[in-house]
Design a protein around this ligand. Structure first.
Ligand code: SF4
Ligand code: SF4
Length: 294
Protein backbone atom coordinates (compact mmCIF):
# COMPACT_ATOMS: atom_id res chain seq x y z
CA UNK A 1 0.00 0.00 0.00
CA UNK A 2 1.18 3.55 -0.68
CA UNK A 3 -0.67 6.54 0.74
CA UNK A 4 -0.29 10.20 -0.21
CA UNK A 5 -0.67 12.41 -3.24
CA UNK A 6 2.35 11.31 -5.27
CA UNK A 7 1.59 8.63 -7.82
CA UNK A 8 3.82 5.59 -7.59
CA UNK A 9 5.94 4.50 -10.58
CA UNK A 10 3.65 1.63 -11.51
CA UNK A 11 0.96 4.16 -12.52
CA UNK A 12 3.06 5.88 -15.16
CA UNK A 13 2.06 5.08 -18.74
CA UNK A 14 3.29 5.92 -22.22
CA UNK A 15 1.04 8.11 -24.41
CA UNK A 16 -0.66 6.15 -27.23
CA UNK A 17 0.75 6.48 -30.75
CA UNK A 18 0.97 4.64 -34.10
CA UNK A 19 -0.95 4.66 -37.37
CA UNK A 20 -3.87 2.59 -36.05
CA UNK A 21 -4.37 5.06 -33.21
CA UNK A 22 -4.34 8.04 -35.61
CA UNK A 23 -6.72 6.31 -38.03
CA UNK A 24 -9.31 5.52 -35.33
CA UNK A 25 -9.06 9.02 -33.90
CA UNK A 26 -9.73 10.61 -37.26
CA UNK A 27 -12.79 8.39 -37.96
CA UNK A 28 -14.23 9.39 -34.59
CA UNK A 29 -13.64 13.11 -35.25
CA UNK A 30 -15.21 12.91 -38.72
CA UNK A 31 -18.35 11.39 -37.22
CA UNK A 32 -18.35 13.56 -34.11
CA UNK A 33 -18.42 10.50 -31.85
CA UNK A 34 -17.08 10.17 -28.33
CA UNK A 35 -15.23 7.31 -26.70
CA UNK A 36 -14.63 6.87 -23.00
CA UNK A 37 -11.09 5.96 -24.03
CA UNK A 38 -10.42 9.54 -25.11
CA UNK A 39 -12.73 11.43 -22.76
CA UNK A 40 -11.15 9.78 -19.73
CA UNK A 41 -7.71 9.97 -21.34
CA UNK A 42 -7.48 6.27 -20.56
CA UNK A 43 -3.89 5.03 -20.22
CA UNK A 44 -4.74 1.81 -22.11
CA UNK A 45 -5.68 3.31 -25.47
CA UNK A 46 -2.55 2.06 -27.24
CA UNK A 47 -3.14 -1.52 -26.13
CA UNK A 48 -6.93 -1.64 -26.50
CA UNK A 49 -7.28 0.07 -29.85
CA UNK A 50 -4.51 -1.81 -31.60
CA UNK A 51 -5.54 -5.24 -30.27
CA UNK A 52 -2.10 -6.59 -31.11
CA UNK A 53 -2.74 -9.97 -29.51
CA UNK A 54 -6.40 -10.27 -30.43
CA UNK A 55 -9.49 -8.22 -31.21
CA UNK A 56 -9.21 -4.44 -30.85
CA UNK A 57 -11.55 -2.84 -28.31
CA UNK A 58 -12.94 0.68 -27.95
CA UNK A 59 -15.62 2.04 -25.63
CA UNK A 60 -18.25 4.31 -27.16
CA UNK A 61 -20.15 6.72 -24.94
CA UNK A 62 -23.83 7.03 -25.90
CA UNK A 63 -26.52 9.59 -25.13
CA UNK A 64 -24.35 12.66 -24.68
CA UNK A 65 -21.55 13.82 -22.45
CA UNK A 66 -23.65 15.09 -19.53
CA UNK A 67 -25.07 12.84 -16.83
CA UNK A 68 -28.22 13.11 -14.74
CA UNK A 69 -26.19 11.86 -11.75
CA UNK A 70 -23.01 13.05 -10.09
CA UNK A 71 -20.74 10.33 -8.73
CA UNK A 72 -17.85 11.58 -6.66
CA UNK A 73 -15.22 9.64 -8.60
CA UNK A 74 -16.38 10.59 -12.09
CA UNK A 75 -15.39 13.53 -14.27
CA UNK A 76 -18.55 13.64 -16.42
CA UNK A 77 -20.55 16.90 -16.08
CA UNK A 78 -23.86 16.70 -14.19
CA UNK A 79 -27.17 18.16 -15.46
CA UNK A 80 -28.13 20.16 -18.54
CA UNK A 81 -29.32 17.05 -20.35
CA UNK A 82 -29.73 17.29 -24.13
CA UNK A 83 -32.32 15.39 -26.22
CA UNK A 84 -31.08 12.12 -27.72
CA UNK A 85 -29.61 12.14 -31.21
CA UNK A 86 -31.80 9.72 -33.22
CA UNK A 87 -28.95 9.16 -35.72
CA UNK A 88 -26.48 8.08 -33.07
CA UNK A 89 -27.17 4.30 -33.20
CA UNK A 90 -26.52 4.16 -36.97
CA UNK A 91 -23.62 6.56 -36.75
CA UNK A 92 -21.87 4.47 -34.07
CA UNK A 93 -22.50 1.28 -36.05
CA UNK A 94 -21.04 2.83 -39.22
CA UNK A 95 -17.95 3.96 -37.31
CA UNK A 96 -17.45 0.48 -35.80
CA UNK A 97 -17.67 -1.06 -39.28
CA UNK A 98 -15.33 1.55 -40.77
CA UNK A 99 -12.72 1.19 -38.03
CA UNK A 100 -12.93 -2.60 -38.24
CA UNK A 101 -13.17 -3.35 -34.53
CA UNK A 102 -13.96 -6.94 -33.51
CA UNK A 103 -15.15 -6.10 -30.02
CA UNK A 104 -17.07 -2.99 -29.08
CA UNK A 105 -18.03 -1.72 -25.67
CA UNK A 106 -21.07 0.54 -25.49
CA UNK A 107 -21.65 2.58 -22.40
CA UNK A 108 -23.58 5.72 -21.55
CA UNK A 109 -24.18 8.41 -19.07
CA UNK A 110 -27.17 7.87 -16.77
CA UNK A 111 -30.35 9.34 -18.26
CA UNK A 112 -32.75 9.36 -15.31
CA UNK A 113 -34.49 12.25 -17.14
CA UNK A 114 -35.83 9.84 -19.82
CA UNK A 115 -38.83 7.60 -19.15
CA UNK A 116 -37.01 4.46 -20.31
CA UNK A 117 -33.59 5.59 -19.04
CA UNK A 118 -32.37 5.53 -22.65
CA UNK A 119 -32.68 1.73 -22.83
CA UNK A 120 -34.41 1.74 -26.26
CA UNK A 121 -31.65 3.94 -27.71
CA UNK A 122 -29.02 1.63 -26.21
CA UNK A 123 -30.78 -1.45 -27.62
CA UNK A 124 -31.09 0.15 -31.06
CA UNK A 125 -27.33 0.79 -31.16
CA UNK A 126 -26.63 -2.88 -30.40
CA UNK A 127 -28.99 -3.94 -33.20
CA UNK A 128 -27.47 -1.53 -35.72
CA UNK A 129 -23.97 -2.88 -35.02
CA UNK A 130 -25.07 -6.53 -35.26
CA UNK A 131 -27.09 -5.79 -38.42
CA UNK A 132 -23.92 -4.67 -40.19
CA UNK A 133 -21.84 -7.59 -38.93
CA UNK A 134 -23.38 -10.30 -36.70
CA UNK A 135 -19.85 -11.54 -35.87
CA UNK A 136 -18.85 -8.40 -33.96
CA UNK A 137 -18.89 -8.98 -30.23
CA UNK A 138 -20.77 -6.29 -28.35
CA UNK A 139 -20.36 -5.60 -24.65
CA UNK A 140 -22.75 -3.16 -23.02
CA UNK A 141 -21.88 -1.38 -19.81
CA UNK A 142 -25.33 -0.29 -18.71
CA UNK A 143 -26.67 2.07 -16.03
CA UNK A 144 -28.93 0.64 -13.31
CA UNK A 145 -32.01 2.15 -15.03
CA UNK A 146 -33.21 2.80 -11.45
CA UNK A 147 -33.90 -0.92 -11.23
CA UNK A 148 -36.58 -0.84 -13.97
CA UNK A 149 -36.91 -4.48 -15.13
CA UNK A 150 -38.44 -3.49 -18.47
CA UNK A 151 -35.42 -1.36 -19.31
CA UNK A 152 -33.03 -4.19 -18.42
CA UNK A 153 -35.07 -6.64 -20.51
CA UNK A 154 -34.92 -4.26 -23.48
CA UNK A 155 -31.12 -4.59 -23.42
CA UNK A 156 -31.31 -8.38 -23.04
CA UNK A 157 -33.66 -8.61 -26.05
CA UNK A 158 -31.13 -6.81 -28.25
CA UNK A 159 -28.77 -9.75 -27.58
CA UNK A 160 -25.39 -8.22 -26.81
CA UNK A 161 -22.64 -10.73 -25.99
CA UNK A 162 -21.84 -9.29 -22.57
CA UNK A 163 -23.90 -7.13 -20.23
CA UNK A 164 -21.82 -5.30 -17.67
CA UNK A 165 -22.97 -3.14 -14.82
CA UNK A 166 -20.48 -1.76 -12.31
CA UNK A 167 -20.91 -2.01 -8.56
CA UNK A 168 -17.83 0.29 -8.42
CA UNK A 169 -16.97 -0.42 -4.77
CA UNK A 170 -17.91 -2.46 -1.70
CA UNK A 171 -21.30 -2.02 -0.05
CA UNK A 172 -20.17 0.26 2.81
CA UNK A 173 -18.61 2.83 0.45
CA UNK A 174 -21.36 3.09 -2.18
CA UNK A 175 -21.92 6.57 -0.78
CA UNK A 176 -19.64 8.62 -0.84
CA UNK A 177 -18.21 6.96 -3.97
CA UNK A 178 -21.39 6.82 -6.11
CA UNK A 179 -24.33 9.17 -6.53
CA UNK A 180 -26.96 8.67 -3.82
CA UNK A 181 -29.42 7.26 -6.38
CA UNK A 182 -27.10 4.28 -6.95
CA UNK A 183 -26.73 1.51 -4.43
CA UNK A 184 -25.25 -1.96 -3.97
CA UNK A 185 -28.54 -3.87 -3.74
CA UNK A 186 -29.92 -2.26 -6.87
CA UNK A 187 -26.75 -2.99 -8.84
CA UNK A 188 -26.71 -6.64 -7.72
CA UNK A 189 -30.37 -6.87 -8.75
CA UNK A 190 -29.54 -5.61 -12.27
CA UNK A 191 -26.85 -8.26 -12.67
CA UNK A 192 -29.10 -10.91 -11.16
CA UNK A 193 -31.92 -10.15 -13.59
CA UNK A 194 -29.60 -10.47 -16.61
CA UNK A 195 -28.32 -13.78 -15.27
CA UNK A 196 -31.81 -15.17 -14.59
CA UNK A 197 -33.46 -13.95 -17.79
CA UNK A 198 -30.72 -14.79 -20.32
CA UNK A 199 -27.56 -16.72 -21.19
CA UNK A 200 -25.65 -13.50 -21.75
CA UNK A 201 -22.36 -13.20 -19.88
CA UNK A 202 -22.37 -10.66 -17.05
CA UNK A 203 -19.52 -8.54 -15.82
CA UNK A 204 -18.80 -5.92 -13.17
CA UNK A 205 -15.95 -3.72 -11.99
CA UNK A 206 -14.60 -2.35 -8.76
CA UNK A 207 -12.15 0.46 -8.13
CA UNK A 208 -9.65 -0.23 -5.37
CA UNK A 209 -7.97 2.47 -3.30
CA UNK A 210 -11.09 4.25 -2.03
CA UNK A 211 -10.81 2.90 1.54
CA UNK A 212 -12.17 -0.63 1.22
CA UNK A 213 -11.00 -3.43 3.54
CA UNK A 214 -9.87 -6.81 2.21
CA UNK A 215 -12.69 -8.66 3.93
CA UNK A 216 -15.19 -6.36 2.20
CA UNK A 217 -13.70 -7.04 -1.23
CA UNK A 218 -13.78 -10.75 -0.45
CA UNK A 219 -17.42 -10.57 0.55
CA UNK A 220 -18.26 -8.61 -2.60
CA UNK A 221 -16.75 -11.36 -4.75
CA UNK A 222 -19.05 -13.85 -3.01
CA UNK A 223 -22.10 -11.61 -3.51
CA UNK A 224 -21.27 -11.24 -7.20
CA UNK A 225 -20.93 -14.98 -7.75
CA UNK A 226 -24.20 -15.50 -5.93
CA UNK A 227 -26.01 -13.46 -8.59
CA UNK A 228 -24.16 -15.30 -11.36
CA UNK A 229 -21.62 -12.67 -12.42
CA UNK A 230 -19.06 -14.24 -14.82
CA UNK A 231 -16.33 -11.60 -15.08
CA UNK A 232 -14.93 -9.10 -12.59
CA UNK A 233 -12.27 -6.43 -12.99
CA UNK A 234 -10.27 -4.43 -10.45
CA UNK A 235 -8.46 -1.15 -11.15
CA UNK A 236 -6.92 1.69 -9.17
CA UNK A 237 -9.13 4.70 -8.45
CA UNK A 238 -7.45 7.88 -9.70
CA UNK A 239 -8.75 11.27 -8.67
CA UNK A 240 -9.83 13.23 -11.78
CA UNK A 241 -9.48 16.61 -10.00
CA UNK A 242 -9.01 18.08 -6.50
CA UNK A 243 -12.79 18.45 -6.18
CA UNK A 244 -13.32 14.69 -6.54
CA UNK A 245 -13.04 12.00 -3.91
CA UNK A 246 -9.51 11.64 -2.49
CA UNK A 247 -7.46 8.56 -3.29
CA UNK A 248 -7.22 6.65 -0.01
CA UNK A 249 -4.28 4.51 -1.14
CA UNK A 250 -2.33 3.38 -4.17
CA UNK A 251 -2.75 -0.36 -4.17
CA UNK A 252 0.41 -2.34 -4.96
CA UNK A 253 0.49 -4.47 -8.16
CA UNK A 254 1.03 -7.61 -6.03
CA UNK A 255 -2.29 -6.98 -4.28
CA UNK A 256 -4.07 -6.68 -7.63
CA UNK A 257 -2.50 -9.99 -8.66
CA UNK A 258 -3.70 -11.60 -5.43
CA UNK A 259 -7.27 -10.48 -6.11
CA UNK A 260 -7.05 -11.87 -9.65
CA UNK A 261 -6.05 -15.26 -8.29
CA UNK A 262 -8.70 -15.22 -5.57
CA UNK A 263 -11.41 -14.32 -8.10
CA UNK A 264 -10.43 -16.91 -10.67
CA UNK A 265 -9.24 -19.78 -8.47
CA UNK A 266 -11.36 -19.45 -5.36
CA UNK A 267 -14.54 -17.92 -6.76
CA UNK A 268 -14.33 -19.44 -10.24
CA UNK A 269 -14.99 -16.29 -12.27
CA UNK A 270 -14.57 -16.88 -16.02
CA UNK A 271 -11.77 -14.35 -15.83
CA UNK A 272 -10.63 -11.43 -13.73
CA UNK A 273 -8.63 -8.51 -15.12
CA UNK A 274 -6.89 -6.89 -12.19
CA UNK A 275 -4.19 -4.20 -12.17
CA UNK A 276 -3.60 -0.59 -11.30
CA UNK A 277 -4.31 0.58 -14.87
CA UNK A 278 -7.16 -1.82 -15.57
CA UNK A 279 -10.50 -0.24 -16.45
CA UNK A 280 -13.74 -2.15 -16.84
CA UNK A 281 -13.23 -2.49 -20.59
CA UNK A 282 -9.47 -3.11 -20.47
CA UNK A 283 -8.56 -5.33 -23.46
CA UNK A 284 -12.09 -6.65 -23.07
CA UNK A 285 -12.15 -8.35 -26.47
CA UNK A 286 -8.86 -10.15 -26.06
CA UNK A 287 -9.53 -11.36 -22.54
CA UNK A 288 -13.11 -12.42 -23.25
CA UNK A 289 -12.19 -14.43 -26.35
CA UNK A 290 -9.23 -16.02 -24.55
CA UNK A 291 -11.43 -17.01 -21.60
CA UNK A 292 -14.05 -18.60 -23.86
CA UNK A 293 -11.51 -20.85 -25.61
CA UNK A 294 -9.70 -21.80 -22.38
FE1 SF4 B 1 -20.24 9.19 -14.13
FE2 SF4 B 1 -21.81 7.06 -14.58
FE3 SF4 B 1 -21.87 8.30 -12.20
FE4 SF4 B 1 -22.87 9.46 -14.39
S1 SF4 B 1 -23.64 7.58 -13.37
S2 SF4 B 1 -21.60 10.44 -12.85
S3 SF4 B 1 -21.43 8.78 -15.97
S4 SF4 B 1 -20.13 7.18 -13.10
FE1 SF4 C 1 -10.98 2.37 -23.92
FE2 SF4 C 1 -11.70 0.80 -21.89
FE3 SF4 C 1 -9.48 0.29 -23.24
FE4 SF4 C 1 -9.57 2.41 -21.67
S1 SF4 C 1 -9.69 0.29 -20.99
S2 SF4 C 1 -8.76 2.33 -23.76
S3 SF4 C 1 -11.70 3.03 -21.90
S4 SF4 C 1 -11.55 0.21 -24.07
Amino acid sequence: MQRGRRKPDWLKSRPPSGSRFTEIKSTLRDRDLHTVCEEANCPNMGECWSGEDGPGTATFMLMGDRCSRGCNFCDVETGGMEPLDPDEPANVADAVAEIGLDYVVLTSVDRDDLADGGSAHFAETIREIKRRDPEILVETLIPDFQGDPEAIDRIIEAEPDVIAHNVETVERLQWPVRDRRANYEQSLAVLDRVDRESDIHTKTSLMLGVGEYDHEVYRTLGDLREVGVDVVTFGQYLQPSRSHLDVFEYVHPDVFETWRRVAEEEFDFLYCASGAMVRSSYKAGELFVEALVR
